[in-house]
Design a protein around this ligand. Structure first.
Ligand code: AMP
Length: 199
């Protein structure tokens, strides 16, 4: 356990093997920092794309890998044999629950629909006070710039309260993401009904 009480970091990121190098570079660098800083990774358990670029570097740098995957993806041959612990889930929904239960902080890197869905669920969990975990979006190569503009619109148009601006920390580099996690202190309380629903 590190000083801040965080041990296991859940990482969501792309399963694609067809991206520009800079995405894999950030995923690898983040994995390296996760291991070097005494953390473990909770991730999707596959050998694919940025997911494996990150997880393999955690292992190479002294951290443990917890892989969580549903049977369907195992049957498709996506599973790695290199997890310190492999957790089988029924489907994609209870898989997210298991990943949430196992982790103390969350980092989402660049990704497609799978990553977006995982990130959005974690965002809403924190928004409604189900947890107070550090939630980080690593904006490699400005990949999420348009999404971040849209987040501003959500608040400006009053679909969400101003306090939702504090839910996620947008990091520009893997080191920035890890520095944020290293220094993270959970807020004392979860948001009140007033904070959630006032505008
Ligand atoms: P995507 O961003 O659409 O590539 O989806 C990646 C995210 O969804 C990851 O964070 C995983 O948790 C999950 N995921 C999608 N495909 C796989 C796969 N083949 N094996 C394991 N997890 C996957």
């Amino acid at each position: 356990m590190t000083d801040n009480g965080i041990k296991n970091i859940c990482v969501f990121c792309s399963s694609s093997n067809f991206l520009s190098d800079e995405y894999y570079k950030d995923a690898s660098e983040l994995g390296k920092l996760i291991g070097k800083n005494g953390y473990n990774i909770v991730y999707g358990g596959s050998t694919l794309g940025m997911m494996w670029a990150c997880a393999s570097e955690v292992k190479n740098n002294g951290g443990k890998i917890y892989g969580v995957m549903p049977q369907r993806l195992v049957d498709m041959g996506c599973r790695t044999d290199n997890c310190d612990e492999f957790i089988l889930s029924d489907g994609m929904r209870d898989r997210k629950q298991k990943m949430d239960d196992l982790s103390d902080a969350v980092i989402a890197l660049a990704g497609g629909f799978g990553t977006l869905e995982e990130f959005a669920e974690m965002f809403v969990q924190k928004q409604l006070g189900y947890n107070k975990k550090a939630l980080v979006l690593l904006n490699t190569n400005g990949y999420y710039d348009e999404l971040l503009s849209f987040f501003k619109k959500i608040v400006n148009e009053k679909f969400a309260g101003k306090y939702t601006k504090q839910i996620v920390y947008v990091a520009s580099t893997p080191q920035d993401a890890i520095d944020y996690i290293n220094n993270y202190k959970e807020p004392e309380s979860v948001p009140s009904k007033h904070e959630i629903y006032s505008r």
